[in-house]
Design a protein. Sequence first.
Length: 335
Amino acid sequence: MFFDLDVVVRRDPSELFKVSAPAGMYHGRWDRSEFASHGGLLPQEAFEKDDCVRGCVNAGLLRLDPPVTSVERRELLDEMLREVAKLKEDDQSYLPEQYFLVKQIPNWHHIKVAWNCEVNPRWSVVERHKGNSKLEKCREVIKAELPRDWFELCETQEQLRSVGMFHFSGLWLQPWWYLNMPPTEAHQQLKKQFDKRDPPGMVALAVAEWLLAAQELKESAVFSEDETYCFKQQLGMLERTAEKWWDGVQSCNACGAIQDDYDESCEECEVSAHLARVVERSESATVSTSKGRRQNWDLGGNKKRRQRKKAEKDSMELAESRCRRPSPELGLSSQ
């Protein structure tokens, strides 16, 4: 079992040994939410189709079965290193080891998102170039570009707490930024800071549990004296860096959330305003649809009434014409 360094394991992962190797959570353009099952074999089209690379596996957690002997493992490693040396500039990627592994090792199986849950808010703010201008930029609120199963995992607090491992992928959030706070205080701070961006509270829960794990490691007796000293030194350095950073931040005047580089409003305010506009547009669309249906009903009702009146008028005229028809015997009107 391979674990990345930027994770916090919340449950015993022994159950993953029941999943056939190699295995990892699928990442890419193939719809894993629709077609992949936990432990199921991933089709080749999920990784490559029509000479187009479509995906890989997330290296935050991998289930591998390396060769049994050290000699065989060394041979496999040397072979992979030779293949790496052949890579060209066109093969470059920001996920190099992930794409390389799925090319070198066949028959990958899927590990469900609960065992590799990437820590992200549902909503965030990004800067984009405005139109075709390279100088003028605008800020835009976007929804997390993650598969449906990730969103389903965060629907309720019960589902969120079923996560086996949180993965702090990316650079936008580092849990050690909150090392100067106790876990409970950091949890409260993050719940407030991400109230609109992360309603389920994934960010707050993941960071608080990482801090709790760091505390447990400091007090653990399983490491040697030298290992414990080195760990505490590194952790202390990060804690001092976090304290220095927190001394320079300020709170948003509107909502009180922490901000460090926004002059007019914080991300929390921008997301809140965006969601309010979404609700307003949705309500307006509902009202417009309701009015449209009512108008269509009125038009339909008027049309039916006109048709009924015309039919009644035609019927009366027909009856009158029959009554005025001359009698064949008397040569007079039959009135």
